[in-house]
Design a protein around this ligand. Sequence first.
Ligand SMILES: NC(=O)c1ccc(NCc2ccccc2)nc1
Length: 246
Amino acid sequence: MWFGIVSLFPQMFSAVTAYGVTRRACEKGLIEVHTYNPRDYTYDKYKTVDDKPYGGGPGMLMKVQPLTDAISQARREAPVGTKVVCMSPQGARLDHSLVTKFHEWGSIILVAGRYEGIDERVLQKQVDLEVSIGDYVLSGGELPAMCVIDAVSRMVPGVLGDIQNAQEDSFAKGLLHFPQYTRPEAVDGDKVPDIVLCGDHAKIRRWRLQQALGRTYERRPDLLRSRTFSDDELMLIVDYLRDKGL
Ligand SMILES: NC(=O)c1ccc(NCc2ccccc2)nc1
């Protein structure tokens, strides 16, 4: 997976290139992260990268020419046809299906804006899609861009070990994750549920499915709206709710 990042703070991306699973993915060449800093495309003495908004109002916008030139350079180095995505509160909500789509693209250019944002004409002419990680405003698009890099990288074969793949992220199945436990068996008198300790893997698998279904029903019923259930799954949910006195 090829990532091109347009950002005024490229060093922030060491958070994904220098740590953990995504670091190993970079080292193994499974993902590439290339950064393009608009400041490198300024020609004035002060390397100006921000500009005042027409019509007044607080704050500044990304200056058009350095941003456009940085995006153009990313396009030149990206695989032909690579799409440009801008991280912004005005964007489509990032979810598992969008992450899957980005992975299928094979390459992506992520624009991480700063200040109050980006000139609308740059968005209209240079950006294929705006994407948001949630309904809140951040100081820049870098952290949202790193969320995209991490989530998409986890879909690249070889990035996650077989163990983690076997666990397959719950959102891939459209359900919340079941509760998990590790040593000790009792924490302040709170015991691990007997079912988890019983060693019967069929029963444990069933209990985990029931927990995933029940918790999703309780906490995120919106995730279940488009899901079809087997009779067995419906029974599991009914039992779950009965056990919880709901
Ligand atoms: N919720 C998000 O995904 C998000 C993305 C970026 C951001 N701030 C930078 C910015 C602001 C306005 C326009 C373009 C970029 N804040 C939140």
